[in-house]
Ligand binder design. Structure first.
Ligand code: NAP
Length: 250
């Protein structure tokens, strides 16, 4: 069995996931840089430093997920941290502006195909990857699961008429993160007695491809909370939703 703790970060070939991979490697973990395109994953892993290895992983492809789990078992024999970071904001043409995405995501006009595609990655992909990795995580001495969510998924924020951002709540991305929060809590409840801690982190509005670089935070800032939750000690919480500013309302 590998002698150092091992972390798998999905969608780590760029953006916030890549920064999470860098930060975990800096903390001494062996990091598996999940990427649906292995070549892009390899390039990213080279930029991570420490012990980082690319792993092909498309969270919407059960064959890819099963192969990744098998490779981790064969090559390292352990998995201590799973960061479900991979996510998409829409399923349309790349490079759409936030305004365009908000417009096409209105509940009255949203394409059901797009709703399904976004949920496939952001919600069902997380369930599938977590289920596949659980046998390894259950064997780890202090396993942690972090789901990269979003403040936009908070029903409490969106139910508040004074929140100016509720106008873009929509039927696509934000509800996928609401569902991800529910799934986070469901896993946390089921796994409570095992000591595996499952938490959701909101990285904040960050300049990445996801929003055509319209975000205002850096990936370094965005990675802070997911990394903190990935490295929680034995007294840390489970079943929480937070940003680097503190707890968030569900
Ligand atoms: P990003 O730069 O677009 O990165 C998204 C990553 O997810 C990429 O590596 C992408 O891979 C990967 N991905 C997409 N579909 C995948 C699939 N089916 N299988 C495996 N990987 C897949 O966006 P980001 O901002 O870093 O997003 C990371 C996470 O933060 C997401 O869950 C997002 O919802 C969340 N978040 C972001 C913000 C923000 O303001 N940026 C705010 C709140 C939450 P490819 O390169 O192959 O496309």
């Amino acid at each position: 069995m590998h002698d150092k703790p091992v972390a798998l970060v999905t969608g780590a070939n760029k953006g916030i996931g890549l920064q999470i991979a860098k930060d975990l490697a800096e903390h001494g973990l062996t990091v598996l840089v999940g990427s649906r395109d292995l070549a892009r994953g390899r390039t990213a892993a080279e930029s991570v430093g420490g012990d980082a290895r690319a792993i092909q992983l498309d969270v919407t492809d059960q064959v890819s997920i099963a192969a990744a789990a098998e490779r981790i078992l064969d090559e390292l024999g352990r998995l201590d941290v799973l960061v479900n970071n991979a996510g998409i904001a829409h399923a349309g043409k790349p490079g759409r502006s936030l305004a365009e995405v908000a417009e096409s995501g209105r509940p009255s006009v949203a394409s059901l195909d797009e709703v399904r595609a976004v949920f496939e990655t952001n919600v069902f992909g997380v369930i599938a990857v977590t289920q596949a990795m659980l046998p390894l995580l259950r064997e780890a001495p202090a396993a942690r699961i972090v789901n990269v969510s979003s403040g936009s998924g908070s029903l409490t924020f969106n139910a508040d008429p004074s929140n100016p951002r509720r106008a873009i709540f929509g039927a696509v991305y934000a509800p996928s993160k609401t569902a991800l929060n529910a799934i986070t809590l469901a896993f946390a409840v089921e796994l409570e007695s095992t000591g595996i801690k499952v938490n959701a982190a909101a990285p904040g509005f960050t300049a990445t491809d996801l929003n055509n670089f319209e975000g205002t935070r850096t990936v370094q800032q965005a990675a802070r909370e997911p990394v903190r939750l990935a490295l929680l000690g034995p007294d840390g919480p489970t079943g929480t939703f937070s940003s680097d500013d503190g707890p968030l309302p569900w």
